[in-house]
Structures are given as C-alpha cells and as structure tokens.
Design a protein around this ligand. Sequence first.
Ligand SMILES: NC(=O)c1ccc[n+]([C@@H]2O[C@H](COP(=O)([O-])OP(=O)(O)OC[C@H]3O[C@@H](n4cnc5c(N)ncnc54)[C@H](OP(=O)(O)O)[C@@H]3O)[C@@H](O)[C@H]2O)c1
Length: 258
Amino acid sequence: MGYVLVTGATGGIGCELCELCAADGHDLVLVARNELQLAELAERLRGVYGVQAEVLPADLAQDGAADALFTATKDAGIVIDVLVNCAGFGDQGAFLDSSWERQERMVRLNVVALMRLSYLFGNDMRSRGCGRILNVASVAAFSAGPYMSTYFASKAFVLSHSLALGEELRGSGVTVTALCPGVTGTGFWNVAHMEANGLFSLMGMRSPRSVAKLGYKAMMSGRPLALHSAGTHAANVAARLAPRRFSTWLMGRVLAKR
Ligand SMILES: NC(=O)c1ccc[n+]([C@@H]2O[C@H](COP(=O)([O-])OP(=O)(O)OC[C@H]3O[C@@H](n4cnc5c(N)ncnc54)[C@H](OP(=O)(O)O)[C@@H]3O)[C@@H](O)[C@H]2O)c1
C-alpha cells in the first residue's frame, strides 16, 4: 500500500483523519502551511503508530503549489494511493465589502488546489487501477449562502465535482468520496470570524473525530457521499424541496452578522 496524502493535516478534521489512517497502519504525507505543527504531528504519529509520516509544508493557495507538491512526492519516490483534500477556509461578510484577496485565496485553496491535486494524483491512481480520493465539502454545498457567498459556492463546486469525477471513474478502481460535515468544533470558526450560534447551534456542534470517522469509513468503502449528522441530512433534503429563493433568503438570515 502506498501513502495517504492529507491536506489540512494540522486542522481539526484533517488531523483526526491522519490519526485514523495511522491507526490503520497507513503511511502519511502531511500537508499544511505550519511546518512546526506538521513536524510535531508527524513525530507523534510515528511514535504512537509506527508509521512513516513525511512533512511537506505548502501554501496551497499559491500559484503552482499543488504541482510542486506532486513533484515533491515523485522526487521522494512516494506513491500516493489515497488523497484527502481537507484544507479549506471560510469567511463571513458581505461579498462587496470583503477583501478581494481573501476571497480569491479561498477559491484557489478550496477549489483550484483540490481540483489540481485530484487531476495529478487521480491520473496516477487511474493508471495503477486503484486509489481513493476524499474531498471535504460541507453542508454549505446544498444552497446559496448570502454573507458567505464564495465559501458556499466553493463547497457546492467540491460536492458537484466530486460526484461527477467519481462517476467518470466508475470501474477504474479509483473512487471519489465527498464528505459533508455540518457544524464541527474546529479552528474553522475563528478563521471565518464566525460564531456557531442561531441555526448552527440548533444543528449541534459535532466533534472533528466523529466527522473524520464517517469520512474515513465512507472513503475506504468507496461511497460517493458521506453526510454527517441528522442536521446535515435534514439540510440536504430541505434544500432540495424548498424553492431556491426561500432557501437563499433563509441562509441570508442565518449568516448575516448582527
Ligand atoms: N468546522 C466546520 O464546521 C466545517 C463544516 C463543514 C466543512 N468544513 C470543512 O472542513 C475542512 C477542514 O476544516 P476544519 O474544520 O478542520 O478547520 P481548521 O481546523 O481551520 O483546519 C484547516 C486546515 O487547512 C489548513 N490550511 C489553511 N489554509 C491553507 C493553505 N493556504 N494551504 C495549505 N493548508 C491550509 C490549515 O493549516 P495551516 O493553517 O497550517 O495551513 C488547517 O490544517 C475545510 O475544508 C472546511 O471548509 C468544516
């Protein structure tokens, strides 16, 4: 078995996914920007589980970073059998009042880097006839999200692209899983300048461990979609049944800063 590459390895959900992979005996390549945190995590995983854990720090929102990461694994002779695209962030606020640079970075990370890594490692996996890709989408993928417009759109992209790519790869030995967490207790909320209140608190804050477990299991069994928690299932059904104008209005009420 080759390596599992996890982006966002230092974050709440990514770190738990690394832990689960290591506990199952998988060697890992850990990716995020914070080199020190990555090194500490790698040391712990090696020590506790006896697996190989390589550290490849990268800012995946930078031009060419995904390609450089792919090349670095090739140069090190590392074969990636499992790709976990978990790195991502959100930002709350009205689009026209937001920082353009931050919105652009979000699309580069949440969408472009995920696509590019899927393309590069996915081609390798297909030529070997085996592989797993896990893309972390969100409950935000189901509807438009006023005051978090770019984030919601980026996650809708991740969900749609993952399902379509998975279908294209049917029978190839490579599977693609989209994981849609609901409200999860991680650093995400701080980074997005948000509080998990209102409708979010009604959905219930979940632990990153439980989200990671669901995603890991779904990915390993090749399921296309993993919806975490009853609230996420309900949001999925509601978004399909409700008129778009209504769901957009409702999300705007939930996401507007008061
Ligand atoms: N928490 C929730 O409620 C929730 C719900 C639905 C979906 N999600 C999704 O779950 C995924 C994981 O988020 P989380 O909740 O675990 O949040 P988190 O704790 O903030 O983790 C984010 C991870 O992404 C990495 N990252 C951020 N910017 C990066 C960049 N430019 N290049 C490389 N790595 C970068 C961070 O590490 P560095 O800062 O060191 O780079 C960190 O490891 C995200 O895609 C998020 O959208 C979260």
